[in-house]
Design a protein around this ligand. Structure first.
Ligand SMILES: C[S@@+](CC[C@H](N)C(=O)[O-])C[C@H]1O[C@@H](n2cnc3c(N)ncnc32)[C@H](O)[C@@H]1O
Length: 267
């Protein structure tokens, strides 16, 4: 699939967000091997990644590439945003790491031969494309048989719930649960905090709901076996209602999942 209108718009919007130094575009410069080990191994699935061929898929920004690079992996980053990839190159130069960067849409990984990677690592990004099947099909092609796929995705039940809409009793859940729906209409802008306390307001990238059945069933039919699934929440022992930590404990916004690819060598 070639780059379409959604890709073009999201490329521009992610470039703007990265230029404004949104949280997901801040490279890990002051960062230790111990922190990298904790980050990559936190689910107890990945341990020694030294020498492994890792694809950080739609995971630019100079964060995940640093983790794997510091742990001795052979790192490739593929991302839609030129500026996000620039952050990976900047972080690699800072740490003296070798990181390959490719610009493109996650639905088309034809730049890589089949079986190119031992691990595909995809932090939150799947929901920026309208359908999951093309992504999973591409990952199944570029991953070697028995390879591991880490995939973080939005909890579809609460994706259209406003974390700032605490009404003293609840975060209202009011929109229908529709597979493939573009949710950008509910959240048209993102506020990006700046070091001086100001906020920059930018247009949101297109973001889609993928129902749990769609994600899990499409992974299974693409040849993946589920190794584990975790809710992502912010740890805070006494969060104030109406704050982000409280929201994440009422309604975990993301799932972390690990999968193993079952396929024959010929694919
Ligand atoms: C939330 S950021 C994740 C990266 C980040 N390092 C983090 O902290 O989690 C989402 C990333 O997905 C990328 N992205 C969005 N749509 C994409 C697409 N269709 N193909 C490839 N990358 C895409 C964006 O450019 C952005 O870098």
């Amino acid at each position: 699939m070639s780059i379409d209108k959604i890709s073009n718009t999201n490329r521009e919007r992610w470039n703007a967000l990265a230029n404004a130094n949104v949280e997901w575009s801040q490279p890990r410069l002051d960062y230790s091997i111990e922190e990298a080990r904790q980050q990559i191994g936190r689910h107890g699935i990945l341990q020694d990644v030294a020498g492994k061929r890792v694809l950080c898929l739609a995971s630019g920004g100079g964060q995940d590439s640093v983790d794997f690079g510091l742990l001795g992996a052979e790192v490739t980053v593929f991302d839609l945003s030129d500026i996000q990839l620039e952050r990976d190159r900047q972080a690699a130069a800072h740490h003296g790491l070798k990181v390959a960067t490719y610009q493109g849409d996650m639905r088309d990984l034809s730049v890589f031969p089949a079986n190119s990677f031992d691990i595909v690592w995809q932090v939150y990004s799947l929901n920026f494309v309208p359908a999951v099947e093309p992504v999973f099909r591409q990952v199944a092609r570029v991953l070697r048989p028995g390879g591991i796929y880490f995939m973080q995705f939005a909890n579809p039940f609460i994706q259209a719930v406003d974390d700032e809409a605490w009404d003293g009793n609840a975060y209202p859940l009011k929109y229908p649960y529709i597979d493939g729906e573009d949710l950008t209409c509910y959240f048209p802008d993102w506020d990006v905090p700046q070091p001086d306390g100001a906020q920059i307001t930018l247009s949101s990238p297109h973001e889609f709901r993928h129902t749990l059945g769609t994600v899990l069933n499409t992974m299974l039919s693409s040849g993946f076996i589920l190794l584990g699934l975790w809710e992502w929440m912010q740890h805070d022992p006494a969060p104030q209602p109406g704050t982000w930590p409280h929201f994440t404990q009422v309604a975990p916004p993301w799932f972390d999942s690990f999968w193993r690819l079952e396929k024959s060598d010929e694919m």
